[in-house]
Design a protein around this ligand. Sequence first.
Ligand SMILES: C[S@@+](CC[C@H](N)C(=O)[O-])C[C@H]1O[C@@H](n2cnc3c(N)ncnc32)[C@H](O)[C@@H]1O
Length: 266
Amino acid sequence: MAGAVRETGSYLFDNGSAHAAGQHRCLAAWLDPVSFGALRAGGVGPGMRCLDVGTGAGSVALWLAERVAPGGSVLATDLVPLPVPVRPGLTVLRHDVVRDELPPGAFDLVHARLVLSHLPEREAVLARLFAALRPGGVLHLLEFDAEYAPVLTVPDERARELYERYQRAKLRAFRARGSHQGWGRECAGALVRAGFTGVEAEVRIGTLAPGTPQLEMQLHNTWHLREALLREGLGEDELAELRGLFADPRFRACSNVVYAVRGRRP
Ligand SMILES: C[S@@+](CC[C@H](N)C(=O)[O-])C[C@H]1O[C@@H](n2cnc3c(N)ncnc32)[C@H](O)[C@@H]1O
């Protein structure tokens, strides 16, 4: 593709960026209620040994640490760990889930939110997570279908065209790194193929409106992914226009489709 830099296999967002904190805050505000509901439904309680892969700012790991006390543990890993508050039983570790060792059969519960879709090796990682669970242990994944993002209302047709071009540019930038932004809809099937049983999927969709964490995250993306979006053909003036659109009370769009999927190692 003309103008695109191919860097397959490297995560496009950067936890070292000044915009990472905003991204993680929006993810937590939007998705923690969904994740916590799914984790409760799959069973979580005192004494459990948990792994949170690609923990980011650690909101899920912190929640798990409270629920598995006393006697439980949470290992929160990330390629680029961010500061996570200290809690009894919670360990934060720099760890690459694609390459670094994972202890076999060591966990009752493994959670990974918005991580595997970014990894070209996602099916191999799924097999590694299967092996890291004890028999009977549960894997929880939350992933997006970000390829579904229709506009609902806009102030004018130019704004619609700009938003749609922004969405396409973002998808191309992710694809160039080997990220599959539609993987949410394939995730349950991938768990079945990997040997998980009792696979359940909860599917949600929301509305992007000014002031919601969903739209705040898009605003952060225009800063956090600025260089990638410029490479994919958007101009600085268009990014500024998008930021204005994301504050416009006349703007509404569908959120990414959210898939909370879980399955048990037999
Ligand atoms: C979109 S963020 C999601 C963070 C967190 N799970 C959440 O939902 O709030 C993806 C996270 O995965 C981490 N990550 C990316 N590639 C990874 C890898 N190979 N091994 C471990 N973590 C990785 C990133 O550093 C980032 O913190």
